[in-house]
Design a protein around this ligand. Structure first.
Ligand code: G4P
Length: 507
């Protein structure tokens, strides 16, 4: 069986994702990087600093994918941007993982962003391990947290461990399987590895609670977890490095190896011999002098060797991949080989796009990498009207990267950009100025949402006859219905049953 585990951490800002990432990398032997991850996480939260930091770093690939090894297992941790705001980047990254860790603050429970990210995972039946963080601080009662996860997410919960007290009376974490308690030690109460067999080691008041916990919830069931119906729950403190080793062991033991991927040729199994993969993210060099990009390819099958020729579905002719990038956390390493589940970075000049399939034999197209219906639409208005050509180029480029979506209305010259989070708009404006020397402002758009249209050319034509002012083309020239409201969408849907109005666009 494959020794790859490719996963992401989902959480609400401040729940402890950065701290946990740091500790995972520490345990995976990437010690000197740990401090940097932290600094980055804190910096990332400061929105105004964001562009500057990205610029200083150039291509910020090292934090996008972090690979570490432990006991023969290779862990690929894919970073999802830590902003309050959502971006398509976040959604798409989740299409490239096989499982996720959901980090919850013990005092706060399920927060809005946790829930949103969880829904994306559920859409694809991505199995989830829950880590209830910050048990070294006063938190909510354990039962309350577990019940909230179960109710809010409609998921079975199987506690794998139980905190013995929290905050000031924190005694350690009891592990159900081994029936031992891991205790904090020393002045800093860092976990130093001391374990007591449980008998006699736990104050009576907690024994009862633990017993109730063990009996009150479902037992862990591997099939139910892998199916996305049950989440094993671990308790710990990322800050105090408590419960992190158990978490790694759980990913190693339970998290699924690389999954088969849906394609136009049926599902492609990771055991297939020749190389296939798909691009889930494209990142431009922030240095305006360089138009280089890194395309992140998730390997679906085969063994990649440096110099190999792969054919991108969008291009039709093969490219030789001479300097692919692997992401071992200590360093960015040039890949010599990679396997199903791994991520490789492929430098290119804009030939590779999000959603592209790459394959040795050019005989397959992966499906199910959606564009999401934008939640915010804005008209782009140029300050200098002579810059139309530059603007068009910029919008095309940036939509290719997945920073924004762009819609070119059939009538009029006011181009519309769509995003799922406000931050994407900030990024758009600064990048237009910095990289394309285009000054633009964003104005409210008459439209509220967009739907991709599908149907026979005849049906599309007759729809257009009546609705031309609501039609646009996306970057690929595909027809999009621009709606003034959700009501508008359902009204048109009802009147035009021969057309499908889709909130996502699969490439
Ligand atoms: P994020 O990436 O999910 O946004 O969260 P991050 O790891 O940056 O953690 C947010 C805050 O919570 C940080 O405090 C961090 O130190 C703290 N934290 C993380 N894990 C634990 C834990 O297990 N126990 C406790 N008590 N605190 C934890 P901060 O004050 O915002 O930042 P800093 O000044 O400590 O860097």
């Amino acid at each position: 069986m494959s020794n790859r585990r490719t996963f992401a951490i989902i959480s609400h800002p401040d729940a402890g994702k950065t701290t946990l990432t740091e500790k995972l990398l520490l345990q995976g032997g990437a010690i000197h990087l740990a401090g940097e991850v932290k600094a980055r996480g804190a910096a990332r939260r400061a929105r105004s600093d964001w562009m500057k930091i990205e610029q200083q770093r150039g291509i910020s690939v090292t934090s996008s994918v972090m690979t570490f090894q432990k006991d023969g297992t290779v862990f690929n941790l894919l970073d999802t941007p830590g902003h309050e705001d959502f971006s398509e980047d976040t959604y798409r990254t989740l299409t490239a993982v096989d499982s996720a860790i959901m980090v919850i603050d013990a005092a706060k429970g399920i927060e809005p962003q946790t829930r949103k990210l969880f829904e994306v995972c559920r859409m694809r039946s991505v199995p989830i391990i829950t880590f209830v963080n910050k048990v070294d601080r006063e938190g909510r009662p354990v039962f309350e947290t577990l019940d909230e996860v179960a109710d809010a997410l409609a998921l079975d919960v199987a506690p794998m461990s139980w905190p013995v007290g929290m905050g000031g009376i924190f005694e350690g974490v009891y592990d159900f399987a081994s029936e031992t308690i891991a205790r904090p030690e020393g002045d800093s109460r860092e976990f130093l590895g001391k374990r007591d067999p449980a008998a006699g080691a736990i104050p009576d008041e907690f024994l009862e609670e633990i017993e109730l916990g063990r009996e009150g919830y479902p037992q862990f069931d591997l099939a139910a977890y892998r199916h996305g119906d049950l989440t094993p729950v671990y308790f710990g403190s990322a800050l105090k490095n408590f419960g992190v080793a158990e978490l790694i062991a759980a990913i190693d033991r339970y998290a699924p190896p690389p999954r088969p991927q849906a394609s136009d040729q049926g599902t492609i199994d990771p055991s297939r011999a020749d190389v296939t993969g798909f691009v889930f993210k494209v990142q431009a060099n922030m240095d305006p002098q360089h138009r280089d990009r890194i395309a992140f390819m998730r390997m679906v099958s085969g063994t990649f060797k440096r110099g190999m020729k792969l054919t991108p579905s969008g291009l039709g002719k093969p490219i030789a991949v001479h300097s692919p990038i692997l992401f071992f956390a200590q360093d960015r390493e040039i890949a010599d080989s990679a396997e199903a589940g791994d991520i490789i970075g492929i430098p290119n000049h804009g030939t590779l796009r999000v959603g592209d399939t790459l394959s040795e034999r050019n005989d397959v197209r992966f499906t199910g990498l959606p564009n999401f219906a934008p939640e915010i639409l804005r008209r782009v208005v140029l300050k200098d009207p002579t810059k139309t050509k530059q603007l068009r180029k910029a919008l095309d480029d940036l939509s290719e990267e997945g920073v924004i979506q762009v819609f070119y209305p059939e009538i009029g010259s006011q181009w519309i950009v769509g995003v799922v989070g406000q931050l994407q708009l900030d990024v758009l404006i600064s990048r237009l100025e910095a990289e394309y020397k285009v000054e633009a402002v964003l104005e409210p758009s008459p439209f509220d949402t967009a739907r991709w249209l599908k149907g026979t050319s005849e049906a599309l034509r007759s729809f257009a006859d009546f609705n031309l002012s609501n039609l646009a083309k996306d970057r690929d020239g595909d027809p999009v219905f621009m709606a003034r409201s959700a009501w508008d969408v359902s009204y048109q849907q009802e009147r035009n049953p021969e057309l499908t109005f889709s909130a996502t666009k699969e490439r």
